[in-house]
Write a protein that binds this ligand. Structure first.
Ligand code: FE2
Ligand code: FE2
Length: 204
């Protein structure tokens, strides 16, 4: 299956901050890398990777909207009909917030690839890009590193998102390779926090 044309089509449609086409390409590449190691259907996995966030920004639960739009696109490009159901299934369950483990390997790998793109250096960029675009402050003014008892407010402070979601993602990964890649990415995030704390603390 040649995915280049589909990539072009997706590129035209995706520009939401933090969920732009660059995110999709990274998820696609990560899924390919993980998928090669597993006994999965690459057509299903790669089509799902390219289309998983296509419904972003439509004001509704984006995985549902993505399923709808992906179905239309796949039928238009004559993607094998017998595989469309599994592509849409993987897309429908990709969201971390839903907390559901798909029973297909392609669904699991899509979750792994999408979650890996939320951590590490890339994850840091995306967290602050998204936060900035949604009017969030970079961090809680009195307690940036969540060291005192308080409620996490990821929707007000970008850095809170590290603690309420990003550091938890590792417990939801399914494949050995994803867990391995995650290790280095988490190490870098912890180092980033150490440096940030040094810089903030050295001001006083
Ligand atoms: Fe998504
Ligand atoms: Fe995504």
């Amino acid at each position: 299956m040649d995915f280049e044309k589909l990539k072009e089509e997706v590129a035209k449609k995706m520009n939401a901050p933090g969920h732009d086409f660059l995110h999709v390409v990274r998820v696609y590449n990560l899924a390919k890398k993980i998928g090669r190691n597993e006994n999965c259907d690459m057509d299903i996995l790669l089509a799902a990777s390219l289309l998983h966030d296509i419904g972003r920004g439509e004001g509704v639960e984006h995985s549902k909207k993505s399923v709808e739009i992906a179905g239309e696109i796949l039928r238009k490009i004559d993607f094998p009909e017998e595989k469309i159901r599994d592509v849409l299934y993987a897309i429908s369950l990709h969201r971390y917030r839903d907390g559901i483990t798909p029973h297909t390997l392609e669904g699991k790998i899509l979750q792994d690839a999408d979650r890996l793109d939320a951590i590490g250096a890339i994850g840091i960029i995306r967290c602050f890009t998204y936060g900035g675009a949604h009017g969030r402050m970079d961090y809680h003014p009195e307690d940036p590193f969540f060291e005192t008892p308080r409620r996490l407010e990821g929707d007000r402070y970008s850095l809170d998102h590290f603690y309420d979601k990003l550091f938890k993602l590792k417990n939801t990964l399914h494949t050995e390779m994803a867990r391995k890649i995650a290790e280095g990415r988490y190490e870098f995030m912890r180092e980033f926090l150490r440096r940030l704390k040094d810089e903030i603390d050295s001001q006083s």
